[in-house]
Design a binder for this molecule. Structure first.
Ligand SMILES: Cc1ncc(COP(=O)(O)O)c(C=O)c1O
Length: 449
């Protein structure tokens, strides 16, 4: 029998004649197009490359395919939905799956994060949450609270809101002043003070007090919200120091400032619970998600808001639109069907428990790389690992890129950012395959000067 995963019946298996038209995102286009790497099929924890090789997915696609690829249940749910109701607007109209999914999501979230606003991506979720934060204060008569506080090395997508609160110079420097009135907390990684932590570091709690300094500078009455990733993913896996998130929550609460957790990566089991908020026992006022909500199969994102946020908007005349915001594809029927089937798999296969059960084994394998050439730090939490390499003085990022290429040659997909290799395998991955990730990665690191 021909399996889809051998790529033989994949519609995209035909090699393109021309690579020039597709302007690729976050890619060195000229370098890539000089030696393209194409994926043509996927099943379980394996991709198939265009040259017919099996590639172990060490990154759950792009931190999103938590339940593994080509899950029959999700594929069938999508096929059925697209044949039944391909599209329905959610502006002054609705369809059943959007309501059913919102209720399912609200049941999964901790505390009273009971209201769901749909988007199509993490970037849209972030910009939506920032807008809701500002609108919330205005609805309560505090319209002067417009400032937003992000964090250095934060990644919140690529919208103007997201890059403004984000803390990555390359994502910001090109776009002028972006949103006005934004400030940033310091990030919490210091390899000098605290390297090779297993899980949460003990160093760095004091950095939460920087929020007090920022509030004193601007005055709390001008600040709408603080947004942070509970675990920063895209900038190289920065794990919150013990007590840090709790302290940020206490300070924001003290001053009536909203706290937004960007859980686009940490949501849906990546850190061993449904959400990092649950893992760390800290309930934000809003949460942004995307990626794992549909197992990466169809674009979708969402913002979860606590009762008091939602209810603050429900005051005017009942015939009035309460929030002038939304996307054509908010709550798209096919995305809702994919998400509902995904949530069934997460529940039935207890994948979030699996992530926490495997945390020690996975973390031991991450830290087992200690001593290999050029490694300067190793970090882990849940099913996330980071291997930080010393940058070459003349070429920052080159070493990790070469490791990434070597891994791909040897049949493993990893993610790299700067000189950091990040691992985030699908939560269904078996121990033997997890072991293989580290065998290949170890060999790749040893082979790169
Ligand atoms: C924490 C976080 N927020 C937002 C985003 C942006 O999501 P998207 O690429 O779906 O717009 C990402 C993407 O990696 C992310 O990691």
């Amino acid at each position: 029998m021909t399996s889809a995963a051998d790529g033989s019946n994949a519609p995209g298996a035909k090699i393109p004649n021309d690579y020039s038209a597709f302007w690729m995102p976050f890619t060195a286009n000229r370098q890539y197009k000089s030696a393209p790497r194409l994926l043509v099929a996927a099943e379980g924890v394996w991709y198939t490359s265009h040259d017919g090789r099996k590639i172990l997915d060490g990154t759950a696609g792009l931190w999103c395919v938590n339940a593994g690829h080509a899950r029959k249940q999700i594929v069938e749910a999508v096929q059925k939905q697209v044949a039944t109701l391909d599209f329905a607007p959610t502006f002054q109209m609705g369809h059943p799956a959007a309501f059913e999914l919102a209720s399912r999501l609200a049941d999964m979230t901790p505390g009273d994060l009971n209201h769901v606003f749909y988007t199509n991506s993490g970037s849209e979720s972030v910009d939506t949450a920032l807008k809701i934060a500002i609108a919330y204060h205005r609805a309560r008569g505090e319209g002067q609270r417009t400032r937003l506080i992000g964090r250095e090395r934060g990644y919140h997508g690529v919208g103007f809101g997201g890059i403004s609160v984000g803390g990555i110079a390359n994502n910001r420097k090109t776009w002028g002043s972006m949103l006005p009135g934004v400030d940033h907390l310091p990030h919490t990684l210091s390899i000098k003070d605290s390297a090779y932590n297993f899980g949460q570091p003990t160093w760095g709690l004091h950095l939460a007090e920087e929020l007090e300094r920022i509030i004193a500078l601007h005055d709390a009455s001008t600040i709408a919200a603080v947004i942070i990733e509970p675990v920063a993913g895209s900038t190289g896996v920065l794990i919150p120091p013990k007590g840090y998130l709790e302290r940020i929550r206490a300070i924001t609460e003290k001053y009536g400032i909203l706290l937004i957790f960007d859980e686009v990566i940490t949501g849906f089991g990546r850190v061993g619970k449904a959400f990092a908020a649950e893992r760390f026992g800290v309930i934000p006022d809003m949460m942004t998600v995307a990626k794992g909500i549909t197992n990466g199969i169809i674009p979708m994102g969402a913002v979860f808001a606590r009762n008091h946020i939602h209810d603050a908007f429900m005051n005017g005349p009942p015939g009035m639109i309460e929030l002038f915001h939304g996307y054509t594809y908010s709550g798209h029927p096919v995305a809702c069907a994919a998400a509902l089937a995904t949530l069934d798999i997460y529940r039935d296969e207890k994948l979030f428990d699996r992530a926490i059960d495997n945390e020690k084994m996975f973390g031991d394998l991450v830290h087992g790389l200690k001593g290999l050439p050029n490694i300067i730090d190793l970090r882990n939490i849940g099913m996330v690992g980071a291997i930080e390499l010393a940058p070459r003085p003349d070429a920052p990022g080159a070493r990790a890129f070469e490791v990434f290429l070597k891994c791909y040659e040897k049949g493993l997909l990893v993610r790299y950012t700067g000189d950091i290799i990040a691992l985030s395998p699908p939560l269904i991955m078996e121990n033997a395959e997890i072991g293989k990730i580290f065998d290949i990665l170890g060999e790749a690191i040893k082979s790169v000067k």
